[in-house]
Design a protein around this ligand. Structure first.
Ligand code: NAI
Length: 255
């Protein structure tokens, strides 16, 4: 259970139309933050915003493709216009590979698509968020990596490289701004029960069982379990933590 008080704070969350991003947007709102929901999916954005309003919170839904710097800039401009400032950013938008293939047979377009959204998207977001947080005087950024940022995934060179890249980017960027009160960390989720995981497992009992078999705790994680870690990393309780890759994975990567 979180008991951070983020009243008066403003959080920008990408990939907030679904799964981990939506759960984190809701968690920020429950702790009193105003939330900007930035996702390429307009209906999903609206739904998350409505869920926050139902909780009595304030949110704005912004259509944003994280691979387009002009979209990212416009989304952050709208955030500051609506709420006056930026304190926290959760750079979480991401996609899963369409199919597995060994490295030498990996499709070049698929490589570009995954690196573009899962790695370059995080860079483009931080590039625009950091000046706004600097203006605010202090704040925190959390980037979504993965178990695939810790270990290699057979047949998944692009996703593995992108998620390892997110950790490298997190470490380099946090050193750049450590002395200016911006803390940048990452989360590395294990198998989490989201729409992405539904696509990955084919939403069948057999597909789910295969994934669960890789989890020592014997279940998938919930999006709320990742949201709790993100909020903690943004809170003052994590004031001395920078450049950290927080693994929340039921033991998947310690085997
Ligand atoms: P999801 O598919 O439920 O949600 C991802 C969201 O990102 C979607 O709403 C989608 O519209 C959005 N998105 C995709 N491309 C975008 C773009 N170019 N610009 C803006 N938004 C875009 O997925 P989930 O599971 O919530 O994943 C969130 C993050 O967590 C991703 O970065 C994923 O790689 C990572 N992750 C997920 C794990 C899992 O088991 N579900 C495990 C480890 C990492």
């Amino acid at each position: 259970m979180n008991n951070q008080n983020f009243t008066g704070k403003v959080a920008f969350v990408t990939g907030a139309a679904s799964g981990i991003g939506r759960a984190t947007a809701l968690a920020f709102a429950r702790e009193g933050a105003h939330v900007a929901i930035a996702d390429i999916s307009e209906p999903g954005n609206q739904e998350t915003a409505r869920m926050i309003e139902d909780l009595g919170g304030r949110a704005i839904a912004i259509k944003c493709d994280v691979t387009r710097s002009e979209d990212v800039k416009a989304a952050l401009d709208k955030t500051v216009e609506a709420f006056g400032q930026l304190d926290f950013a959760f750079n979480n938008a991401g996609i899963e590979p369409r199919k597995a293939a060994p490295t030498a047979e990996y499709d070049e377009e698929e490589w570009n698509r995954i690196i573009d959204i899962n790695l370059r998207g995080v860079f483009l977001c931080m590039k625009q968020e950091i000046p706004l947080i600097l203006k605010q005087g202090s704040g925190a950024i959390v980037n979504t990596s993965s178990g695939a940022g810790i270990i290699g995934i057979k047949g998944s060179p692009a996703y593995t490289a992108a998620k390892h890249g997110v950790l490298g980017l997190t470490k380099a960027a946090t050193l750049d701004y450590a002395a200016q009160n911006i803390r940048i960390n990452a989360v590395c989720p294990g198998y989490i029960d989201t729409p992405m995981m539904g696509r990955f497992t084919g939403d069948t009992d057999e597909g789910r069982a295969k994934v669960i078999a890789e989890e020592p705790v014997g279940r998938m994680g919930t999006p709320e379990e990742i949201a709790a870690a993100v909020l903690w990393l943004c809170s003052d309780a994590a004031a001395f933590m920078i450049g950290h890759a927080m693994v929340i994975d039921g033991g998947q990567t310690v085997q």
